[in-house]
Design a protein around this ligand. Structure first.
Ligand SMILES: Cc1ncc(COP(=O)(O)O)c(C=O)c1O
Length: 392
């Protein structure tokens, strides 16, 4: 029988790299491939107590339907935390979503008609590219350097694509490169977006995993016209399995996201929202984030220090000040997918970079995640990878 799918289904194909990545899940592989947070950071014992307390105190409401916008005390808490990071936002400008991934999907649903232009960093977060792909846009990639998206290139793209639907950025400790956009460029980005009247989607899952003392104001901080749509999440600071993220935007825009959410799944799991809020009442959430940050900082140090010793000197890589990733650039002409095949023989895995470029190419890059493996395994894995690279 011939099944007649929608045209858009053709645009969401599994990539060859995905197939290769299945091999990375074999037992015994030291994997720097996934983007999984450190399981050691999950507050299991605390969440046991929280669950019992929520069921004892608010059992019926925790198990009942609730509003699409989300649990009010949680939205108030998020607004307070955002205000502390320099963003002027009210609780009713926040919609709780099933992770920020759902915010990405809704962004596609709300903005993209087939053939519309989406502007993004080059490279960009593959999960966002796939979410947007389902709505069949054309991607215009903007090159980056160590200070993030290059603003001259962005301006050129805006002149050539004045009807672009939005500019998607992961400006802080970016997935996949670990890079952070400079403050000057953040201001310029908002200025250009405002001038060309094109919304910015600021996806910021890693901003709180900052290893330095310097504050990095989110792009939304510079937004005076309500042109920035901010996506946040508890996945990296708390636990991804809870699936709690949020969209924060102007009242007009957030109302549209609420409609998308109503149609998709009515609301986020009531009990999980209450539990997350309860955790912050019963325990010190900031102390928890600090603990998580320290875990990633030690792992970043273990990875970069070993790379410095073990990698050949002609191989460049980023030095992230937060988040979970570093980005490696091989000499031109070397395909990271070939290196992955070789390194899998040594039971080490990573993600080849080309899948992070929506229009392909750039085969000589790859992404390493230092978040999931313990320091011992990071050192061992990087030594093995160094051996593969030195043999090139
Ligand atoms: C840049 C970026 N955005 C969004 C997500 C999705 O996160 P979640 O849906 O768990 O909030 C991730 C996950 O790795 C990510 O790296």
């Amino acid at each position: 029988m011939e099944i007649r799918y929608a045209d858009r289904v053709d645009s969401i194909k599994p990539s060859a790299i995905r197939e290769l990545l299945k091999l990375t899940q074999q037992p015994g592989v030291i994997s720097f491939a996934g983007g999984l947070p450190a399981p050691e950071s999950f507050p299991i014992e605390e969440m046991k107590q929280v669950s019992v307390k929520v069921l004892e105190e608010q059992g019926a409401s925790a198990l009942q339907y609730s509003t699409t916008e989300g649990y009010k005390p949680l939205r108030e808490l998020i607004a307070k935390r955002m205000n502390n990071s320099g963003i002027d936002i009210k609780p009713d400008q926040i919609l709780i979503t099933n992770g920020s991934q759902q915010g990405l999907d809704f962004s596609g649903k709300l903005f993209i008609n087939e053939g519309d232009v989406v502007i993004c960093e080059s490279p960009s977060y593959v999960g966002a590219l796939n979410a947007f792909r389902a709505y069949m846009p054309k991607f215009v990639e903007i090159s980056m350097d160590d200070e993030g998206m290059i603003m001259e290139d962005l301006e050129k793209a805006l002149v050539e694509n004045p009807k672009a639907k939005f500019i998607y950025v992961v400006p802080t400790f970016q997935n996949p490169t670990g890079r952070t956009m400079s403050i000057e460029r953040r201001k310029k980005l908002v200025q250009l977006a405002t001038e060309y009247k094109i919304p910015i989607i600021e996806d910021n899952p890693y901003g709180e995993l900052n290893f330095e003392d310097t504050d990095i104001p989110p792009i939304k901080h510079f937004d005076t016209e309500g042109i920035v749509i901010y996506l946040g999440t508890f996945s990296k600071t708390f636990c991804p399995g809870l699936r709690i993220g949020w969209v924060a935007a102007s009242p007009e825009i957030v109302r549209k996201y609420v409609l998308a959410k109503q149609g998709a799944d009515l609301q986020v799991n009531t009990m999980t929202q209450i539990e997350l809020y309860k955790f912050t009442e019963m325990f010190d959430f900031d102390a928890h984030v600090e603990r998580v940050r320290n875990i990633y900082k030690s792992r970043r140090d273990a990875m970069l220090n070993t790379m410095e010793k073990e990698f050949p000197s002609n191989i460049k890589y980023t030095h992230p000040n937060g988040g979970m990733f570093t980005w490696v650039e091989l000499p031109e002409g070397i395909d990271a997918a070939d290196i992955l095949k070789k390194s899998l023989e040594y039971k080490v895995a990573f993600v080849p970079g080309s899948s992070f470029y929506p229009n392909g190419g750039h085969e000589n890059n790859f992404r390493l995640n230092y978040g999931t493996m313990t320091e011992d395994l990071i050192v061992e894995g990087i030594k093995r990878l160094g051996e593969v690279l030195r043999a090139l």
